[in-house]
Design a protein around this ligand. Structure first.
Ligand SMILES: Nc1nc2c(ncn2[C@@H]2O[C@H](COP(=O)(O)OP(=O)(O)O)[C@@H](O)[C@H]2O)c(=O)[nH]1
Ligand SMILES: [Mg+2]
Length: 372
């Protein structure tokens, strides 16, 4: 074990031994910041050695879903059932040694599903190909967590992802960090800070080498949230949880699991017995928040038969990537009819966020027409 790793472990031990209360929250916050900085260093070293980039997954389709779970919970079986892709299955750990993609249709959209090697505890430290798996997880649009009756410790899975900078079903904290060359560090907030008072926010910022600049809080953030913003490499992802092999559970066991995992809305399925798989597919499709955009060439009727599929929050610029390149190259403005428009036919630019069933006309220079 490297001294960097020892250092992290020692700090983590110290946190474990410290009771969390008002008197110790500052101390714990500073320790957490130190750990986060050391972990950034660990990542930088791993990248320098060429580790952490082990897999390159070619993305295709309208969105990518990553199957995450312990070995042998049925990830490969599920991929095969959902997509027909031939992913090797077996009752052994680590049967999936590489990432296997499959494609699922949902409405007009195609969804790529990635079957990955099972996560094991300590994955973020590089155990069991953990680092590679986690680097792929960071790039997917949705995480599908899979557990089974013998591996129900969902919290540990989630913690493993958190250790790799993945934040599940939450949004980025409302904290703005601005760096400056001099003038010291100022902290301001629009709400009362109940977790970061007494100079703690500034102390944490200094751990990250931020000595001059501004921290502006628009919510009562915790030390961990501030650390996430300062670390800067966190990803925020949606996730759904499925409990596989549900046919092995008695009604009472199933009920107990449902209650324990209540806040994560677990879906009980059986890949092998094909139980509740269509419901799972529906849940995946909804979670990905697809929207349909109809393109209308200027002066013509929109093409209502073949929408361009985008995801909620995507913009005119994302639409342009799916249209003939001339439209992007010659883009002058666009007009929008539908839910995202303030009035029918509103003229908008590339940064305009679209909504489901919008109709869009792309106006290009020198009379080049959309769709032609
Ligand atoms: N009883 C039961 N067994 C299943 C189910 N899904 C998968 N399995 C079995 O669990 C074992 C591990 O499955 P696999 O798909 O290789 O798991 P992976 O390691 O997560 O990819 C295999 O023997 C599968 O046949 C299920 O829904 N019910
Ligand atoms: Mg497998």
């Amino acid at each position: 074990m490297s001294s960097l790793e020892d250092h992290i472990t020692a700090l983590e031990d110290e946190i474990r031994k410290t009771q969390y209360n008002k008197a110790t929250q500052g101390h714990i916050g500073r320790l957490r910041a130190k750990i986060a900085v050391l972990k950034l260093e660990r990542e930088a070293r791993a990248k320098g050695k060429g580790g952490g980039s082990g897999y390159s997954v070619r993305k295709s389709g309208h969105a990518t879903v990553g199957l995450v779970g312990y070995p042998s919970v049925g990830k490969s079986t599920l991929l095969t059932r959902l997509t027909g892709a031939a992913s090797e299955t077996g009752a052994y750990d680590f049967t999936t040694v590489s990432i296997i993609p499959g494609m699922l249709r949902w409405g007009g959209a195609s969804i790529q599903i990635l079957d990955m090697p099972g996560l094991v505890p300590g994955a973020a430290k590089g155990r069991g190909r953990g680092r590679e798996v986690l680097s792929v997880v960071r790039s997917v649009d949705l995480v599908l967590f899979l557990i089974d009756p013998e591996h129900t410790d969902f919290t540990a899975l989630k913690t493993e992802l958190e250790g790799a900078g993945v934040r599940i079903n939450t949004r980025p904290p409302k904290i703005v960090v601005t760096k400056a060359d001099r003038g010291g560090l100022t902290v301001s907030s629009t709400v009362k800070l109940t977790h970061l008072g007494g100079g703690l926010a500034a102390d944490i910022a200094r751990e990250f080498g931020l000595h001059n600049g501004q921290l502006v809080f628009r919510e009562d953030a915790t030390a961990d949230q501030l650390i996430d913003v300062l670390a800067g490499n966190r990803v925020y992802e949606h996730a759904i949880l499925a409990v596989n092999k549900c046919e092995l559970l008695s009604p009472a066991q199933r009920e107990a699991l449902a209650v324990r995992l209540l806040e994560f809305h677990p879906r009980f399925i059986s890949a092998k017995e094909r139980i509740a798989l269509p419901d799972l597919v529906e849940a995946i499709g909804h979670a990905l928040q697809f929207i349909r955009i109809y393109v209308k060439p200027p002066g013509e009727e929109p093409d209502m038969d073949e929408p361009v599929i985008l995801r909620r929050g995507q913009k005119i610029s994302d639409l342009l990537k799916r249209l003939p390149t001339e439209l992007d190259a010659g883009f002058k403005a666009s007009q929008v009819w539908g839910k995202s428009a303030r009035f029918p036919g509103q003229t908008v630019g590339r940064d305009h966020p679209l909504a489901d069933e919008d109709i869009v006309t792309i106006v290009v220079q020198r009379g080049v027409r959309a769709g032609s």
